[in-house]
Ligand binder design. Structure first.
Ligand SMILES: NC(=O)c1ccc[n+]([C@@H]2O[C@H](COP(=O)([O-])OP(=O)(O)OC[C@H]3O[C@@H](n4cnc5c(N)ncnc54)[C@H](O)[C@@H]3O)[C@@H](O)[C@H]2O)c1
Ligand SMILES: [Zn+2]
Length: 341
């Protein structure tokens, strides 16, 4: 079971000292760490243990077989054992990668995460999904391997580039539709630190109940079914695509109430109004369906499970055949192409 702590830089270092191991394997975003060296001397501290550091290429560049091989060979050459503990410090790409290394190295060693992006704090570091990308698609090789600790310090978000910050907001808004509590906190007393806490805890609870995504965890896919297709077609960031994926699903289900709510929440998160990527173009239904079918078939499914929102905080799963999903798009295509939010 993962332990999530919301703590300062010193507390993280103290917690690492207390891990029951004599060997720490750091997998780190070196660029980020060098920015924080004065306040967070992660690599300069004496832990009273053997420390081996692997500096990762940043972002998505790390999530491939070549880097996986390099990293495993590097640690094995340095002499590690099954009780070594791997600590990832970086964004979601690095924790996906580091978790995959931890789950396979010596048939699986313990690991922990220090997430450094907003998205990794509220999403990627929680739930135990690990993975790397392949030529056939993202995250197609991976494992489920829970980290022992996730140490969240929201101060890291201060240096995030604007694009990264904006991209995380799509997932943040998603939580405001899934959970009444998060929705209320966003509207009533918006405080980013608080929202990070409740969002991280929300994902934690859902994924603990449903580790391997057989049931309730599926609701976290709100906005993702169409979102993944939109991400690919219009070259959007993941967070943007989740945002437009939600807009699309609310539109297709004729939910003007949820669309109005979206505008409210978007304003609170200071997300500027932008035209929908599909605006004034033909809706590429064939391409959308092709991408959705590919996605679903990769997970062994022959139908689509759309996550829809009954009321704020009440998501449900609507099962659709591929042809029903196509019909839903076709019946709304003419209005949709004129619609933006
Ligand atoms: N396992 C899961 O459940 C899950 C869930 C959602 C997303 N993901 C994965 O997460 C990845 C996206 O993660 P992400 O959005 O965190 O981006 P990222 O990990 O790709 O990092 C984006 C960039 O931000 C930089 N960065 C990291 N922390 C920084 C900081 N504090 N200040 C300045 N720059 C910083 C990184 O070096 C990188 O260049 C994707 O690969 C996605 O598949 C996994
Ligand atoms: Zn997502």
């Amino acid at each position: 079971m993962t332990k999530i702590d919301f703590c300062g830089f010193n507390a993280i270092i103290e917690a690492i000292k207390k891990i029951e191991t004599d060997t720490i394997l750091f997998v780190v975003d070196h660029q980020v760490l060098s920015q924080y060296k004065d306040v967070f001397p992660l690599l300069e501290t004496d832990y009273g243990k053997k420390v081996i550091v692997w500096r990762a290429p940043n972002g998505e560049k790390v999530k491939n077989f070549e880097e996986y091989q390099k990293c495993c060979e590097f640690f094995l050459e340095k002499g590690i054992h099954r009780n070594s503990h791997l600590v990832v410090c970086g964004g979601g790409a690095l924790s996906d990668f580091g978790g995959f290394v931890a789950s396979t190295l010596l048939r699986g060693i313990n690991w922990s995460i220090i997430p450094t992006t907003l998205l990794s704090m509220i999403d990627a570091s929680i739930g135990g999904k690990t993975g790397i990308n392949t030529k056939s698609g993202k995250n197609l090789v991976g494992t489920f391997h829970h980290p022992q600790n996730v140490w969240i310090n929201s101060e890291f978000v201060h240096t995030l580039p604007e694009r990264e910050m904006k991209s995380s907001m799509g997932e943040m808004i998603k939580y405001a539709f899934l959970s009444e509590d998060i929705h209320k906190r966003c509207l009533e007393t918006f405080n980013l630190n608080e929202i990070i806490k409740v969002a991280a805890n929300y994902k934690y609870e859902i994924t603990n109940d449903d580790f391997k995504e057989k049931g309730n965890r599926k609701i976290l896919n709100l906005g993702h079914t169409f979102g993944h297709a939109l991400e690919y077609i219009y070259n959007l960031s993941h967070g943007e695509s989740v945002y437009w994926g939600m807009v699309m699903i609310f539109f297709l289900y004729d939910r003007s109430d949820l669309l109005a709510e979206m505008v409210k929440i978007r304003d609170i998160f200071l997300i500027e109004k932008k035209d929908a990527p599909w605006l004034n173009k033909e809706i590429p239904i064939d391409r959308i369906m092709e991408l959705i079918e590919k996605d679903k078939k990769a997970s062994g499914k022959d139908s689509i499970e759309l996550i829809v929102i009954e009321e704020i905080g009440q998501p449900t799963i609507a099962k659709k055949t591929f042809s029903d999903c196509r019909k839903l798009l076709e019946s709304h295509a003419n209005e949709l192409k004129k619609f933006t939010l």
